[in-house]
Design a protein. Structure first.
Length: 604
C-alpha cells in the first residue's frame, strides 16, 4: 500500500498530525499502540456514496447547503426539508452515520464538517462542495469526524489544495490517501467519549470567557459615563476649588495661531434634533458647548473632513511613495494604522486643499463606518483624509486632545451619532451636523486629570481583553492537544481483550474482495447470458431441416470432431435452439446413432 508523505506545513504549538510512512510507525517514528493499525480513507470508507436507485421521488429528505453546517460546533443546523425528486440530481447525497467535510476554501479551513445525524427519513442531500465519508465497519463515526476536523489535518489539506475555475479545493486523491491510525472499535468509542468529556470542560470555560467580554465593554462605557458626568473626579474637584470654570473659559475667545488655515464653513439653516435624555446635569464648574461654539471660541482650532466627490483621487494616482491617505479602514481601536495606508503621489496631493491632518489631531469616522475614533502621535507629520473621516484639532491651552478623544469614545457622543443615523437611511453624519453636537467641557486642569485616569483605566481594560484572548487561544491549543494525544493512543488505556484493528481490517478487506468478485461474476454471467440469447436468436438451424429431421445430424458432428465432445460442446457446434437440440439428441440416442456415457457423447 502506498503511504502519503509528510506535507510541509507549519503547525501551531500543541498541534500534530500523524502520517504513516512505514508499517507500524508514524512519521515521527513513534510506534502505534498494541492492537492499532494504519489504514487509508480509501480502505476505510466509501467516498461520496449514492442513495438507493429505488428511493421514491416523493420521500422527504433533509437539504443541507454549506451555510447550514456550523464551523463552530461541527453540526448541521437549519437544514430544510425537500422531496427527494427535487434534489436527486446535481447535489451530494448522504445519510445518517456519514461524515461530511467541506472541500472548498475558506469553508474547509474554517472547520465546516459534520457527523451526520437526525436527517429527515435518515437521508439528506446538499452542496456538491462536500466530501462524504461512509465507513465500511472499521471506524466509529465520531472518531473519523474528530480526526478530519483537527486543525492540523485542515492545514495539511490546505497545503494540498488545487485551484481550478474560481476557488481552491482539496483534491480527491489527498482525501483517499489520507492514512489514519485505527484503534480497535471498542477503543475508538472510549477515545471519543474521553475527547467529548474533556472538550465539554473547555467549551464551558470558553463560554464563561465569552460572558466576560461584553462585561468589559459595559464597564468601559460605565467608566466613560462617570468621567463625563463628573463622578470620576468628584474628589479631585473638592481638592481644587480655585480652577477657572468652563463657563468663564467659554465666554472668551482664545486665539491660537498654529498655522492652520481655517476653511470657510457653510452653515445650514434649521436645527438637528438630539434626544434630551443624552444630556445629564454637569458639575457646576462644567458647561456644555456645541462643536461650532468650541470652534468660534477657539477651543477647537478647526475640524475638517476629507476629500470627496470630484476631488477624490483616482486609483491610478496612488503608489508606493507619497502622502499617506487615511480612510476608515485604517482607524481601529483608538489608533491609526499608518503602515497599511495607501500613498497619494506628492504631485496629486499638493492639488488638494482639504483634508490635511497632522500629528496630535483626533480622528472620527463619519461616513459608511460611523463612530470610530483615534488619536494620532504628536510627532506624526501631515497626512490626508478620505471621504469617511474628520479631523479635530484642539487648542491644547483650553481643550486637551486626549480629553476630547475620550469624549468621542463615550456613550454621550456615540449616542448623538446614533440619533442622527436613526433619522436617515444613510449611514452618515455630515460635518455640518457634527457642528451642533454638544461637548461636556470641564476646566482644563480637570480635563488633564480625566484624560490621565481614563488612559490608565482603558489600558488596564485592554490588558484584561488581551488576557482573555490569550486564554481563548490556550483553550484552542488545549483542544488540539487533546486530539493529538487521542490519535497517538495516549488518551485512554488499551484493553488487550479488544479485537485488534488488523484483524478487523483483514476481515473487512476479505469481505470487500468477496463482494467485488461476486459483482464481477454477476456481471460476467449477465454478459454471457445476454450473448447466448443473442446467439440463439440468430441460429439458422432447426430440427425440421432436411439434413436434421430423422437424420444422424449430431452423430455426424461427433464423427467430424477430432476429440470427444461433452453435451455442452456438441450443443455449441449444432447451432440448434435448446429444445430442438435435446429432442434431436434424444432421437439419435434412441435410434442407436449416439452412445451416452454421461460425461461424453460418441457416434456409433
Amino acid at each position: 500500500m502506498s503511504r502519503p508523505q509528510n506535507a510541509s506545513v507549519e503547525l501551531s504549538r500543541g498541534e500534530s498530525v500523524e502520517v504513516a510512512e512505514k508499517d507500524g510507525e508514524s512519521a515521527s517514528g513513534k510506534a502505534l499502540p498494541e492492537g492499532w493499525a494504519w489504514a487509508t480513507i480509501e480502505e476505510l470508507c466509501e467516498l461520496n456514496p449514492k442513495h438507493a436507485k429505488d428511493t421514491p421521488d416523493d420521500l422527504e429528505v433533509s437539504f443541507v447547503p454549506m451555510a447550514a453546517v456550523s464551523d463552530k460546533t461541527g453540526t448541521i443546523e437549519h437544514a430544510t426539508v425537500r422531496p427527494f425528486g427535487e434534489v436527486r440530481k446535481g447535489f451530494t447525497q448522504f445519510a445518517d452515520g456519514d461524515v461530511i467535510f467541506a472541500k472548498i476554501t475558506p469553508c474547509m479551513e474554517n472547520g465546516k464538517a459534520a457527523s451526520v445525524r437526525g436527517l429527515m427519513n435518515g437521508l439528506g442531500c446538499g452542496t456538491t462542495e462536500f466530501y462524504v465519508f461512509r465507513q465500511r465497519g472499521a471506524l466509529e463515526q465520531d472518531y473519523l469526524f474528530k480526526f478530519i476536523r483537527q486543525e492540523s489535518y485542515r492545514k495539511l489539506a490546505r497545503a494540498q489544495m488545487q485551484s481550478g475555475v474560481g476557488q481552491a479545493r482539496v483534491p480527491k486523491d489527498f482525501v483517499l490517501e489520507t492514512t489514519l491510525p485505527v484503534p480497535p472499535l471498542a477503543e475508538q468509542s472510549r477515545i471519543v467519549s474521553a475527547i467529548e468529556s474533556l472538550q465539554e470542560r473547555s467549551s464551558r470555560a470558553r463560554f464563561l470567557l465569552s460572558e466576560v467580554g461584553p462585561l468589559i465593554g459595559q464597564l468601559r462605557q460605565s467608566v466613560l459615563r462617570d468621567a463625563f458626568s463628573g463622578k470620576l473626579t468628584a474628589d479631585w474637584r473638592a481638592e481644587h476649588l480655585n480652577v477657572q470654570p468652563a463657563s468663564e473659559l467659554l465666554s472668551q475667545v482664545h486665539e491660537h495661531d498654529d498655522g492652520t488655515k481655517k476653511r470657510r464653513r457653510i452653515k445650514k439653516k434649521g436645527t438637528v434634533p438630539l434626544p434630551n435624555d443624552l444630556f445629564h446635569e454637569l458639575p457646576e464648574s462644567w458647561a456644555y458647548a456645541t462643536v461650532d461654539e468650541c470652534l468660534e471660541q477657539g477651543f477647537i482650532i478647526d475640524y475638517v473632513d476629507g476629500n470627496h466627490g470630484g476631488l477624490y483621487p483616482r486609483k491610478a494616482e496612488f503608489g508606493d511613495e507619497g502622502i499617506r491617505f487615511i480612510t476608515a479602514k485604517q482607524i481601529n481601536d483608538g489608533v491609526v494604522d499608518f503602515e497599511s495606508a495607501p500613498r497619494l503621489t506628492e504631485e496629486r496631493a499638493q492639488q488638494l486643499q482639504k483634508g490635511w491632518a497632522r500629528g496630535g489631531d483626533v480622528l472620527l469616522t463619519h461616513n459608511a463606518t460611523v463612530g470610530r475614533v483615534a488619536r494620532t502621535p504628536k510627532d506624526m507629520g501631515t497626512f490626508l483624509l478620505g471621504t469617511s473621516a474628520t479631523y479635530y484639532r484642539c487648542n491644547e491651552a483650553v481643550l486637551n486632545s486626549d480629553y476630547l478623544y475620550h469624549v468621542f469614545c463615550g456613550p454621550q457622543w456615540q449616542g448623538q451619532l446614533g440619533s442622527i443615523m436613526e433619522q436617515t437611511t444613510r449611514n452618515q453624519v455630515s460635518i455640518q451636523k457634527q457642528g451642533v453636537f454638544r461637548v461636556p467641557v470641564a476646566p482644563i486642569e480637570e480635563q488633564l486629570e480625566i484624560a490621565r485616569i481614563l488612559d490608565s483605566a482603558m489600558a488596564w481594560l485592554r490588558s484584561v481583553e488581551s488576557g482573555l484572548a490569550s486564554m481563548e487561544s490556550s483553550l484552542t491549543q488545549l483542544d488540539q492537544s487533546i486530539l493529538s494525544k487521542a490519535f497517538r493512543g495516549e488518551l485512554v488505556p488499551q484493553d488487550p481483550r479488544d479485537e485488534p484493528a488488523s484483524e478487523l481490517l483483514a476481515r473487512i478487506r476479505y469481505q470487500r474482495e468477496e463482494a467485488a468478485e461476486t459483482k464481477a461474476t454477476n456481471q460476467r454471467t449477465k454478459k454471457t447470458g445476454s450473448e447466448t440469447t443473442k446467439r440463439k436468436a440468430a441460429m439458422a438451424k432447426s430440427r425440421f431441416d432436411d439434413d436434421v429431421k430423422k437424420q444422424p445430424y449430431l452423430a455426424t458432428l461427433l464423427k467430424e470432431s477430432t476429440e470427444k465432445l461433452t453435451p455442452e460442446e456438441l450443443f455449441d457446434a449444432a447451432d440448434l435452439p435448446v429444445t430442438d437440440f435435446y429432442k434431436q439428441l434424444a432421437w439419435e440416442i434412441e435410434n442407436g446413432h449416439i452412445s451416452d456415457d454421461v460425461k461424453t457423447l460418441e457416434a456409433l
